[in-house]
Write a protein that binds this ligand. Structure first.
Ligand code: PLP
Length: 422
């Protein structure tokens, strides 16, 4: 804990909280593992984060003392599971500061959320000649569903370009907004480069022309405080497993009026109010979009993950990770033959890099022998990697439980890579 003088006062000392990373790490059992005889250094957080014991225990608690199907039973377990599931929805509402819990739809993850919007909102609002605008920074999950919609409707996918640093060119983005643009769908943070897009400005520009905006928050929610009301976006999507929650569960946020006006995605149990062979009446939101038995334990554990992150403090997490990213960037730049790919002025927790003369897969394999987990390849974002002149990179992605010592281990591992391929 550090202290600082409050400006404008004489002798008041104000405590400044910071993240107690040693204590945080004790919450993550997997971080004690050894891999190939070395302490695990987990730097693949953009692919999926590790889980704290609070989340693991929530899953165990659900399956040992709460398991039942929800919304349908009158017995004790069903009522308990239903209450916990709806409490989780409220926790997720708080996590992104949505106005109402019914604006939180549980889905499998960011991918399913985007497909849902493309196939419900998209199929009813987009027609031949219309345009969907994305950026060159998108994950495949925010490209392919729109391409599929374009194939189905005759609409056209437009792509806002980036510069060589991996930053969106705002003038070009603005130029591409036109009377045919039906939707802007944009990632908040690039999973391949770490670039933070100026989404507030993009939303303001799109809204000033009456164009709705979907924000892909998959790589934003683990790293920064999100307030969807402040952002004003129409849709916001994310996956639980990248923010310390389980796999198989995530969230589609949509403004209530938009969700209410959309047709359902899948048909089945729970999404209906009544069914007859003549006519089916759909349920209200959020249930209209939650056909079938959901991942009940997963949603409950995701609620616990959201609360865990909020208790640590998203602003403290952001500050800590920013400092760690700067440390890592400086350290990697100092390694001979290492080049960082993507040098945006605003970045979050991701460093893509190459080592001259070494294939990224070989970098990953050698680091693995040292117990260091990074990702190599195109990171499900082939267009942006190719735009910067590569077909693959190595990627170290950080979380709030990573330390400077782990960055030092990565740097030592990279020096070994350079030695081996000398
Ligand atoms: N969007 C971004 C920016 C991502 O990084 C990812 C996953 O890496 C996704 C969407 C898709 O997430 P999921 O596979 O959990 O649906």
């Amino acid at each position: 804990m550090s202290v600082m003088e409050q400006p404008g006062t004489t002798s008041r000392i104000v405590p400044v909280r910071s993240l107690d990373v040693a204590a945080v790490r004790r919450d993550f059992p997997i971080l004690n593992m050894r891999v190939h005889g070395h302490p695990l250094v987990y730097l693949d957080n953009a692919a999926t984060s590790q889980k704290p014991r609070q989340v693991i225990e929530a899953l165990t608690r659900y399956y040992t003392s709460q398991n039942a199907n929800i919304h349908r039973g009158v017995h004790y377990l069903s009522e308990t599971a239903t209450a916990e599931h709806e409490e989780a929805r409220e926790r997720l509402r708080r996590f992104i500061n949505a106005a109402q819990a019914r604006e939180i739809i549980f889905v499998r993850g960011a991918t399913e959320a985007i497909n849902l919007v493309a196939q419900t909102w998209g199929r009813t609002h987009v027609k031949a000649g219309d345009e969907i605008l994305v950026t060159h920074l998108e994950h495949h999950a925010n490209i392919v569903p729109w391409q599929m919609l374009c194939e189905q409707t005759g609409a056209r996918l437009r792509v806002a370009p980036i510069n060589d640093a991996g930053e969106l060119i705002m003038e070009e983005f603005e130029r591409l907004l036109n009377p045919r643009t039906r939707l802007v769908s944009v990632t908040f943070v690039s999973n391949a480069l770490g670039t933070i897009n100026p989404v507030s400005d993009m939303i303001a520009l799109a809204h000033s022309r009456g164009i709705p905006v979907l924000v892909d928050g998959a790589q934003a929610v683990p790293h920064m405080r999100i307030d969807v009301q402040e952002l004003g976006c129409d849709f916001f999507v994310f996956s639980g497993h990248k923010m310390c929650g389980p796999t198989g569960v995530g969230v589609l946020y949509g403004k209530a009026a938009r969700l209410e006006a959309m047709p359902p995605y899948q048909g089945g149990g729970d999404m209906i109010r009544s069914v007859s062979f003549e006519k089916t009446i759909y349920n209200d939101i959020p249930f209209k979009f939650e056909a079938g038995t959901p991942d009940i334990g997963g949603a409950i554990a995701l609620g616990v993950a959201a609360e865990y992150l909020q208790r640590l403090g998203m602003d403290l997490i952001a500050d800590y990770e920013h400092d760690l990213l700067e440390y890592a960037t400086r350290a990697l730049r100092a390694v001979d033959r290492v080049r960082i790919v993507g040098n945006a002025a605003r970045k979050a927790s991701v460093i893509s890099f190459v080592v001259d003369g070494v294939h990224p897969h070989d970098i990953g394999t050698i680091l693995d022998q040292e117990g260091i987990a990074i990702r190599t390849g195109h990171h499900c974002a082939q267009p942006v990697i190719e735009r910067l002149g590569y077909d693959a990179t190595a990627r170290a992605s950080l979380a709030f439980y990573n330390t400077r010592e782990e960055i030092d281990a990565l740097v030592a591992g990279l020096r070994r890579v350079v030695e081996v391929f000398g």
